[in-house]
Design a protein around this ligand. Sequence first.
Ligand code: PSV
Ligand code: MN
Ligand code: MN
Length: 387
Amino acid sequence: MTTFSEIAPLLEGQAIEVPSWAYGNSGTRFKVFGTPGTPRTPEEKIADAATVHRFTGLAPSVALHIPWDQVDDFAALRRYAEDLGIALGTVNSNTFQDDDYKLGALTHTDKRIRQKAIDHHLACIDVMDQTGSRDLKIWLAEGSNYPGQADMRGRQDRLAESLQTIYDRIGDDQRLVLEYKFFEPAFYHTDVPDWGTSYVQVAALGERAMVCLDTGHHAPGTNIEFIVAQLLRLGKLGSFDFNSRFYADDDLIVGSADPFQLFRILVECARGGAFEADSDVAFMLDQCHNIEKKIPGQIRSVLNVQEMTARALLLDRDALTQAQEDGDVLLANEIFMDAFYTDVRADLAAWREERDLPANPMRAYLESGYQEQIEADRVGGTQAGWN
Ligand code: PSV
Ligand code: MN
Ligand code: MN
């Protein structure tokens, strides 16, 4: 049996990066509902991210999206964040909102457009140099809608070339993480649709190029924990974008649609050493809060990850290995499910109190007055950047 006090040290180091865009208004193509108190500036998004960290102790950094979080002085933005007790994290590029990129960006047949997309990534690296960010995260909206529309193979070659130029500019302490997504906005083929393609592309670049696994970017029924195991085995799992989905790229609160799937993913993380102090795996959220309040939505999200992490760490690995080696199918499954069904909420509340954190971060936030304050202060909050 593994006890809660045995896993407490591993929980200590848990850090879940929050996305700046989670604090902006977002929605679907049908409607973006405004939420009172929505940030109007990158600084206000950072202040909200810092608030999530203050109440949970779990979210010490916030990811930026360029140009959604464009400011004149990124060094000043970094100081602003640090004064609030958090760091600026992953920088996300954006090559999906410019008319030039309608038929591709890093894969485009036109050299001028490819260069424009490459230059945007180089500008993102300049930002990282100022913000102290380690990771450049690239998600590409590239692909085609109709068979015959594009030369899929030629696009892979151009992608490799463009990524190489970007990678060559990455600093010694920085990384390039390439995210995959099986469809949307392109519907016939996507240039980086799966972990295999992402792996092939980053493996060709070098050690500091890794795969980003967004939990919402797989076909229904995909065994995501298998992909986690494989990428950890290959030393190429750079980061997670956590969220939940029922149907497509829903970007719902992580752990809300299928907590058991989150548990299974985190079990493979534990198995693969991703919670060890020397692990480089970055845990991030990539979510939007379309109808719920954003800060409570983020608080619930990081708590869901913490709770499932605790349950995954409680898995009695020795007993499980024994049952597996004995070929005891049902016992192995029972041991696995026992960990999943363990209620860790009281232990986590006590654990937080020992660390001067509120036992119930959600309630503490709701009682803090922060929400009422931002709703009164901020008029005309901006959209997340897209919908
Ligand atoms: C689009 O699918 C997406 O949700 C990707 O997951 C990116 O990580 C995110 O947008 C931000 O660019
Ligand atoms: Mn993502
Ligand atoms: Mn997505």
